[in-house]
Write a protein that binds this ligand. Structure first.
Ligand code: GLN
Length: 616
């Protein structure tokens, strides 16, 4: 096993996760099998309890792991499926060591950060690196490890020039020490360090400044880690003299100083790394010359190129709570991008804060209210993503009502599906106080209820989370067709509440169709409105399994419907302004009378636009 450690210096938010994913992809294109580990030095056991406001989205894995969003980047870039152990946190490591101590595994010894915590970190990495993640047997060739936070970024006190640590540095220490020991343990031919740093430009003189990077590399060296490559984030490519300076002061060969300037889309990053031959140095140091090929990245460069060239917009309104931080919905955003690129449309996302859609009284709120409705009404489709807590829920309900009544394509994900059902109950079935018991525990019309898989009395650990199966009972539904008419699909879940099974018959009578259910047929997984161009709600999160070139079918359906290209548009929707045309995507394959196939599960169809805009 070869290990590539990716660290970050100077400031956070440099795109370390995307850089780590891109290095993985470049190596994958060289013919190597790749796995990835993310280290988050915070004390939380996992990301499940962390606010998307602060940390961005909680990514969900097949095994129910609630993890850092960077694992989503790894899965999307590398087309792999990770496990919750691929996300290491201080919480997990300490819990592991303390459990061992309680069991008596260290009997007689004083349990210390060094060596017990640092050993546990190294053992964890070696164990997890061996888990196959690409659907093939046996371990990967290379494990990319990303160390969260910034390291070696010492802050110098203005008064005495001595370095002081910030809080993040303290938490990172055991991991840095562990990685430093690890690099010696596995040997230099098996360990490679990529340090992502910032080279800022001072506006006054327009000069690229190397000092912050110098400091961070010095800090890194002081902690026992030597970078092989410096990946420098800049606004424009590094000047040659700046590269020379960095090489000289940081003791990194000139050819290993890589520039990562701002790009139009993240798919360019692997291409930038390849152009600068980052893989060549890596392969040489890790002694992999004999087994690798030249990385072509053909599909990837087509993605990047096409994405840049698209100009015909498709406007999608995302109605949510965390619209101020796009990282909160990063997988939804990526899935939309995959789908719109496949449809040859330029994705324009209109972020609509759901609470602004609600009636507000103050003058300032009125302006926001008007702006939110203007945005919603200007969109070609509406997406209500998942969420927790009652803030903005009524605004989401209004958005669903607007989409339903005005035949605007709608996709409701998890909470987005639940509120669409509540809206239907209120408006169509006239159940005025219909609600989810999450928001109104005393409603006389509980449409969405607490349905834990485990205990009914304890909330802790009762989340239905991870991959679950959905069976298609209505084969001519839009979703079944979009998925390619499988008998079932496996998608990822993260919720506690569900459609009240005792109300299903009533809902169906009023016109809602439950086209996908779990194996007990008690849990409703997919709901559709038949007389609507595209009104789909799903209890699961299809965004987590969407990939570039293999968009999630339900996102593809939404974007196609938004462009008026979804062939399953009902005849009575022909009056809509964007009336249906022949679709150029494979989604129309199901119109051509695809025979019902024998039992099979779903795997995302590969959809990739060629230069003429035709999907192949
Ligand atoms: N809060 C809802 C539930 O727990 C929806 C969760 C979600 O959207 N992920 O069921």
């Amino acid at each position: 096993m070869k290990y590539v450690l990716v660290t970050g210096g100077v400031v956070s938010g440099l795109g370390k996760g995307v850089t780590a994913s891109s290095i993985g992809l470049l190596l994958k294109e060289c013919g190597l099998r790749i796995t990835a580990i993310k280290i988050d030095p915070y004390l939380n056991t996992d990301a499940g309890t962390m606010s998307p406001f602060e940390h961005g989205e909680v990514f969900v894995l097949d095994d129910g792991g609630e993890v850092d969003l960077d694992l989503g980047n790894y899965e999307r870039f590398l087309d792999i499926k990770l496990t919750s152990d691929n996300n290491i946190t201080t919480g997990k490591i300490f819990q592991h060591v303390i459990n061992k101590e309680r069991k008596g595994d260290y009997l007689g010894k004083t349990v210390q950060v060094v060596p017990h915590i640092t050993d546990a970190i190294q053992e964890w990495i070696e164990r997890v690196a061996m888990i196959p993640v690409d659907g093939r047997e046996g371990p990967a060739d290379v494990c990319v490890i990303e160390l969260g936070g910034t390291i070696g970024a010492t802050i110098f006190s203005r008064h005495n020039e001595s370095s002081i640590l910030d809080a993040g540095d303290i938490e990172s220490m055991p991991f840095i020490e562990a990685m430093s020991q690890f690099s010696h343990r596995v040997g230099s031919g098996n360990f490679y360090l990529v340090h992502v740093s910032l080279v800022p430009v001072l506006n006054v003189v327009g000069e690229q400044k190397t000092k912050p990077t110098q400091h961070s590399v010095r800090g890194l060296r002081g902690l026992g880690l030597t970078p092989n490559i410096l990946a420098c984030r800049t606004t424009k490519p590094l000047d040659d003299n700046i590269k020379e300076k960095l090489s000289q002061f940081c003791h990194v060969p000139l050819e290993n100083i890589i520039t990562l300037p701002d790009v139009t889309n993240i798919w360019h990053i692997p291409l930038l790394l390849r152009e600068q031959k980052a893989h060549e140095a890596l392969i040489k140091t890790l002694n992999l010359q004999g087994i690798v090929k030249e990385p072509l990245l053909e599909e990837w460069s087509a993605h990047a190129r096409i994405c840049d060239a698209l100009h015909d917009p498709v406007r999608i309104a995302i109605v949510g709570k965390y619209t101020g931080l796009s990282d909160s919905y990063i997988s939804v955003l990526e899935a939309l991008l995959h789908a719109s690129t496949a449809c040859m449309k330029k994705l324009v996302v209109d972020w609509v804060p759901s609470s602004d859609l609600e009636d507000n009284t103050t003058l300032e709120a009125l302006e926001l209210h008007k702006a939110a409705w203007k945005q919603l009404k200007g969109a070609n489709a509406v997406l209500v993503p998942g969420g927790f807590g009652d803030r903005g829920v009524e605004g989401k309900i209004l958005a669903a009502k607007y989409a339903r009544e005005n035949h605007v394509p709608f996709l409701g994900i998890c909470l987005g599906m639940q509120i669409a059902v509540v809206e239907f109950a209120r408006s169509v079935m006239n159940l005025q106080d219909a609600n989810s018991t999450e928001f109104d525990p005393h409603t006389t019309n509980p449409c969405i209820i607490f349905m834990p898989e485990g205990s009914k009395t304890h909330k802790g650990g009762t989340m239905r989370v991870g991959s679950r199966r959905t069976y298609f009972d209505v084969t001519d539904s839009k979703s079944a067709k979009l998925y390619g008419n499988p008998n079932f699909v496996d998608e990822r879940h993260r919720h506690r509440y569900e459609i009240n099974p005792d109300k299903v018959a009533e809902f169906e009578k009023a016109g809602l169709e439950f086209v996908g259910k779990d194996e007990t047929r008690r849990r409703m997984e997919i709901v559709e409105l038949p007389n609507h161009p595209y009104f789909v709600g799903v209890q699961f999160h299809p965004e987590f399994k969407s990939r570039p070139g293999k968009p999630s079918p339900l996102f593809l359906g939404l974007v196609e419907a938004a462009c008026g290209k979804l062939d399953c548009l009902p005849v009575n929707a022909a009056h809509l302004s964007n009336s249906p045309k022949r679709a150029m995507s494979p989604a129309n394959a199901y119109e051509n009378g695809n025979p019902k196939k024998p039992a099979k599960s779903f795997s995302h169809r590969k959809i990739f636009p060629n230069a003429n805009g035709v999907h192949v």
